[in-house]
Design a protein around this ligand. Structure first.
Ligand code: NZQ
Ligand code: ZN
Length: 391
């Protein structure tokens, strides 16, 4: 196991009616005037936004609003939020929504306190040293941004979808998580979220670091629970306990616990970010296409952990033929994804003729000559994986 620092100061407030505590929580973390950030309107239609505003008023917290964040969030909304936040002198960010809304709020929180262009953080020119405090009301278990120190934004000019990871500055002070708020999710978003959280675990699990039994078993345990609970929420969107388990799984998948002490991979995520940047597809659905292709490549190039994944997560009987075990595990993974309504090829994702040249070019421009760690992938390898996803 490698040395590690694990810093996760977020207060998670979980369960029914917890959104009614939002105002008190903002006060607790010294917020006096909040910038509420939300998406395309689901929180307006569900009445959640009104309940959050009432809670803020009851706690004596002032607020202004910024709506209209789109999935795969882009830079213009961040600039708009920075201008609004500065002119209104807000001291707290309150995203009410999913990863896109939270990531936009994180970018605004850092951008308000920075004299230059916030995009400097995402291209790695400047490290985020400080940001306004931020608290989250989560409406979709998926990206895990409520417990992560990450933010992912797309620059419209050049369609660059880039992530930044600065836990010290960007981890939310609190996250309100009421599983009942997820009852209104369309099945597609539920399933995409499930796929994304599985991918967050797998990016950590596929590691060559030795002696990480705790991390391995946590990854396998959470994956197995997701595999049991996901079909329940698809079959009955109002199954409270299944929704609650899936919601908490989304957080532990990405708050760092599952990867402590390991060299993590992340090639599948970087490969998917190019797909959702160019084709504006749902991130989790993009991963349902990319991750099985990545695993198939790994069955030929570093089979050990893929076979372990097949045996321990998908209950494939052990055998000396590790590759056969691995391929059977991948087949079961794909079957699961299809059963919850996910695509597993570009075509099923609605992309008939993906521009693989462009995807490979952008990927290596953004991430360098070699991508990932489980096996370091050059241009030839990433092309092969995109092609596997196109079969
Ligand atoms: O915009 P509204 O109207 O709210 O609708 C949203 C949106 O259309 C809808 N939705 C959310 N909660 C709902 C709901 N509809 C009905 N009822 C509810 N309770 O769902 C749609 C998707 O929302 P979005 O915020 O985009 O989802 P998600 O949480 O999957 O976030 C995806 C973004 O996060 C990034 C992805 O790349 C993508 O840009 N990621 C962020 C990470 C992080 N910050 O740590 C890590 C991830 O790997 C990921 O890359
Ligand atoms: Zn993800």
């Amino acid at each position: 196991m490698n040395n590690f620092t694990f810093y996760s100061p977020t207060e998670f407030v979980f369960g029914k009616d917890t959104e009614l505590q939002t105002g008190e929580l903002v006060r607790k973390y010294n917020g006096h005037k909040a910038l509420i950030v939300y998406g395309g309107g689901s929180v307006v239609r569900s009445g959640l936004l009104d309940r959050v505003k009432t809670s803020l008023k009851n706690a004596g917290v002032e607020f202004v609003e910024l709506g209209g964040v789109q999935p795969n969030p882009t830079d213009p909304k961040v600039y708009e939020g920075i201008d609004l936040g500065r002119s209104e002198k807000v001291d707290f960010l309150l995203p009410v929504g999913g990863g896109s809304v939270i990531d936009t709020a994180k970018a605004i929180a850092a951008g308000i306190l920075y004299d230059g262009d916030f995009w400097d953080f995402y291209v790695g020119k400047v490290v985020i040293k400080k940001a306004l405090r931020l608290g989250v009301v989560l409406t979709i278990p998926a990206a895990g941004s409520e417990g992560s120190g990450n933010s992912v934004i797309t620059k419209v000019d050049g369609l660059k979808k880039l992530s930044v990871r600065t836990p010290e500055a960007l981890r939310p002070a609190f996250a309100v998580m009421n599983p009942e708020l997820t009852y209104t999710l369309p099945a597609w978003q539920t399933a995409s979220g499930v796929t994304d959280m599985m991918a967050h675990i797998m990016e950590r699990y596929f590691s060559n670091t030795q002696g990480v039994e705790i991390a391995d078993r946590m990854c396998e345990g959470v994956l197995k629970s997701i595999i049991t609970e996901a079909p329940k929420v698809i079959a009955d969107p109002k199954d409270y306990n299944a929704r609650a388990n899936i919601m908490w799984a989304g957080t532990v998948a990405h708050n760092g616990t599952c990867g402590v002490g390991c060299v993590e991979d992340w090639a599948s995520h970087f490969m998917e970010h190019e797909v959702s940047a160019v084709y504006d597809v749902t991130h989790g659905a993009g991963l349902a296409v990319i991750f099985p292709a990545w695993l198939t490549y790994m069955a030929d190039h570093n089979v050990h952990k893929v076979a372990q994944f097949a045996e321990r997560v998908w209950d494939v009987p052990a055998s000396d033929d590790k590759k056969a075990v691995a391929l059977e595990g991948i087949a079961r993974f794909k079957k699961f994804l299809k059963a919850i309504g996910m695509p597993v090829t570009f075509k099923e994702l609605g992309i008939e003729n993906p521009d693989i040249d462009l995807l490979v070019k952008k990927l290596h421009e953004n991430k360098g000559e070699l991508v990932g760690n489980y096996v370091q992938l050059d241009k030839k390898a990433t092309r092969e994986i995109y092609e596997l996803a196109n079969r």
